[in-house]
Design a protein around this ligand. Structure first.
Ligand code: ASP
Length: 370
């Protein structure tokens, strides 16, 4: 039978697991429950993405609609979650992640703090999210959530209706991580493909492959395997409970945009942003934050603007790994070195820094500490 109705495929997804449960199949020997006793509470905040995507058939791997299924439906499709946590679900959005907004970020950060403030028994929070901008939401929350209990972002590379969909196991592993006492104090985490990565360092590296999330040369934090969630390292930069960023009075964010550098890049983009009055520009520079003479000359205009109207310029890179260091040749241009942050994360840190200060030395300190 074929069907155009993705919900019919969900029923098929739920089918085998529910059938085994009804037959009394205990599932032991698959993934053991980590902690004996009553399972801890884990919240699942759903925002959409491929993990909630529905296609016309199990082989529709690239043609599907993100946000077809609700968080409740994703959780219902994985009955084994109940062996690890008491799940509470809330739908925050149901969109493809290119459509995630600053309002969604504020809603998530505030809701997570509210849950942790009011529910001392809640172990952690899982956020289901599209993979395209997952690392941006993760880093924003890493800098703004004020608690040290685990917040875990999870997505999928294949829609929920796909043959061999990766979402159900990713969700199970994310919940196991959020329920794990060892995950506490490690900042916001990204769990996919049985790996745990830190929000600051992780990036999407492949369009379709399941092993897309990587922290490249800084490395992953741990694994989610059949026996347990096993950590080997912890992030050393400031995050969550140790972060200075406070969203209490924030209603919007300073405007920061990203400019990509390449051979004979047209400086009209930089000029337009400066004339438009942006608060910051992140340069996805060549190599270790390099730029052409024309780009440099255009950026130099910034120093002729009155102090309060100057956008802050951060040098990041388009390379994908490695540090961008301060250089004396850039001091005159009042630039900030983006360190190992990729351009989209340097943008988030600059946006948050600008909610507190426009002082260049302070912003440089922030880029050294986060
Ligand atoms: N289009 C999807 C998104 O929402 C991609 C994904 O989730 O993997 O980002």
């Amino acid at each position: 039978m074929t069907t155009d109705n993705p919900r019919a495929w969900t029923v098929r997804l739920i089918g085998p697991a529910a059938f085994l449960a009804l037959c009394g199949f205990p599932g032991d020997g698959a993934i053991a429950q980590e902690a004996p006793g009553a399972p801890p509470v884990v919240w699942v905040l759903a925002t959409g993405g491929t993990i909630s995507g529905g296609g016309a058939s199990p082989t529709s791997l690239t043609e599907y609609r993100a946000g077809t299924f609700s968080g409740e439906e994703l959780v219902a499709a994985v009955p084994d979650l109940a062996r690890h946590a008491t799940i509470r679900v809330e739908q925050v959005a149901n969109v493809g992640s290119p459509n995630i907004t600053f309002d969604d970020w504020l809603t998530l950060a505030r809701r997570i703090d509210e849950v942790f403030d009011n529910e001392p028994d809640t172990a952690g929070v899982v956020i289901t999210h599209g993979t395209n901008t997952l690392e941006e939401t993760a880093y924003f929350l890493n800098l703004t959530v004020r608690h040290d209990r685990p917040v875990v972002l999870v997505g999928a590379q294949r829609p929920a209706t796909a043959i061999s969909a990766d979402g159900p196991l990713n969700l199970l592993n994310a919940v196991r991580t959020a329920a794990s006492p060892e995950a506490r104090g490690k900042g916001v985490l990204v769990v996919m493909n049985d790996q745990v990565n830190a929000a600051r360092d992780v990036t999407k590296t492949s369009t379709y492959r399941l092993e897309t999330f990587s922290s490249r040369d800084l490395g992953l934090l741990g694994y989610v395997d059949g026996d347990r969630v096993a950590f080997y390292r912890a992030p050393s930069r400031r995050h969550t409970a140790a972060s200075e960023f406070d969203l209490t009075a924030v209603t919007g964010f300073p405007r920061v945009d990203i400019v990509y550098s390449y051979v004979e890049a047209n400086p009209v983009v930089i000029r337009a942003l400066i004339e438009d009055g942006v608060d910051g520009i992140v340069l996805a520079g060549t190599g270790a934050g390099g730029m052409s003479r024309r780009e440099r000359d255009t950026l130099e205009r910034v120093t002729t603007l009155p102090a309060g109207a100057r956008p802050i310029i951060v040098r990041s890179n388009r390379v994908g790994s490695g540090r961008v260091l301060p250089r004396t040749s850039d001091d005159g241009l009042e630039m900030v070195a983006g360190d190992t942050l990729n351009p989209q994360k340097a943008r988030i840190l600059l946006m948050l820094a600008l909610t507190r200060t426009r002082d260049l030395d302070e912003i440089r300190r922030i880029f050294r500490e986060y």
